[in-house]
Design a protein around this ligand. Structure first.
Ligand code: PMP
Length: 422
């Protein structure tokens, strides 16, 4: 019979090494916040498949909706024969994305594809080709989004130069010496040395950088970005692929920023474990591309749409936005208490239940090694963690919002025990 080690061996022979794997674990089944591996080991899941499982593994409502859909139809291609769940989901998303203006939504399959399409739409709407993105930002692995992703190693390493017309601004990070003024100045610098504002179609920003280390944009910073965009006719794209679907305590993080984006990308937890992503934006901007210019064979697959509609119902029925805020408060308090006693925790930060802590060495430098040892020893004690950040020294918590207080407490105890031991 197979175990994790034998499966890892088969994987290494059959799958390219470029597809990384954080945990050398093969799953057998999962329920809500717990994963059972092929050897029968149980793990509390603080990774959530990278921010996909805000409603947990196999939420009964989601599974029920998917099963119902499976018995009706699973594919037509929306551009060939349409179906109601696609339209119903777009209507729902239009009402959820912040902004007091008419909106339209395009559905696609992955977060990368959503960002690609947001850029295409912004280019068509403005007649401009330039894009400003942030250092440490993550927008995907397709060629254009790789150009926008602000971290070379490992994402684009060895692949040569990425498509052009992407200009890199600095993201505010007080801990690493970048103020909000510095970040704004870096955009002004782009205008001075690289591209005129009239050549920039869009500025793309994650309200909280995900892969970049859960670095939170302040409402004040977001308002300054909005003002710059307004001044120059640049579209503001909020990449809410990781922040969206309730993680931060509002369905979209931009609700807490005091300004609205022109275009918003979403994916991940929106469909509770099924592949679905999209772009929502101002109706007239979304309509800038002529018929035939948007879409995809599987884009807005009916099974994924059914799952997403169920996820939205679960959010209402189980008050998951409130849960995200209380869970976030609980995690923050717990981690802050830990940080008071442990100098290696240089910062605890987050928005809602999107919470992380950054690890430093005794002499005040990023400590990716400690982060990596913590991930390993937590796994050995039955907790799945993920690191992130420009220096891979940040531990992020993406536990399902549906996890019980006991499960969250058990997970936190493991983190505390590991840090005490390491
Ligand atoms: N944008 C953000 C903010 C993300 O976090 C991610 C995925 N980590 C993506 C885009 C890309 O999404 P996908 O992996 O579904 O292509």
């Amino acid at each position: 019979t197979e175990n994790n080690a034998s499966m890892m061996l088969r994987r290494e022979r059959a799958v390219p090494r470029g597809v990384g794997q954080i945990h050398p674990v093969f799953i057998k089944r999962a329920d809500n916040a717990v994963i059972c591996d092929v050897e029968g080991n149980l793990f509390i899941d603080f990774a959530g498949g990278i921010a996909v499982l805000n409603t947990g593994h196999r939420h009964p409502k989601v599974i029920e909706a998917v099963k119902r859909q499976l018995d009706l139809y699973t594919h037509t291609c929306f551009q060939v024969v349409a179906y109601e769940p696609y339209v119903a989901l777009c209507e729902k998303i239009n009402s959820l994305v912040p902004g007091d203006f008419p909106k339209k939504t395009l559905l696609v399959t992955t977060g990368s594809e959503a960002v690609e399409n947001a850029v295409k739409i912004a280019r068509a709407a403005t007649g401009r080709a330039g894009v400003i993105a942030f250092a440490g930002g993550y927008h995907g692995r397709t060629m254009m989004t790789l150009a926008m992703t602000g971290k070379v190693m490992p994402y684009s390493s060895g692949m040569g130069l990425m498509p052009g017309n992407v200009f890199r601004a600095r993201f505010p990070d007080a801990l690493h010496g970048v103020s909000e003024d510095d970040a704004i100045a870096s955009i002004e610098q782009i205008f001075k040395t690289d591209a005129e504002p009239r050549d920039i179609a869009a500025l793309v920003v994650e309200p909280v950088q995900g892969e970049g280390g859960f670095r939170v944009a302040s409402p004040q910073f977001m308002q300054r970005l909005r003002a710059l965009c307004d001044l120059h006719g640049i579209l503001l794209i909020a990449d809410e692929v990781q922040t969206g679907a309730g993680r931060t305590g509002s369905f979209f993080a931009m609700e807490q920023m005091g300004v609205t984006a022109d275009l918003t990308t979403f994916a991940k937890s929106v469909a509770g474990g099924f592949p679905l992503a999209g772009v929502c934006g101002r109706a007239e901007v979304m309509d800038a591309i002529a018929p035939g210019g948007l879409g995809g064979t599987y884009a807005g697959n009916p099974v994924s749409c059914a799952a997403a509609l169920a996820v939205l119902e679960v959010f209402e029925e189980e008050n998951l936005l409130t849960r995200a805020r209380t869970l976030g408060d609980m995690l923050m308090e717990r981690l802050q208490n830990l940080a008071e006693k442990d100098a290696r925790i240089a910062e605890v930060r987050g928005l809602g239940a999107m919470v992380a802590f950054e690890l430093f060495t005794a002499d005040g430098h990023p400590d990716p090694e400690l982060a990596s040892r913590l991930v390993i020893s937590a796994r050995e004690r039955g907790l799945l963690l993920l690191s992130c950040g420009q220096y891979a020294n940040v531990i992020r918590i993406l536990v399902p919002l549906t996890a019980s207080d006991v499960e969250v407490d058990d997970g936190m105890k493991i983190i505390e025990a590991c840090l005490a031991e390491l």
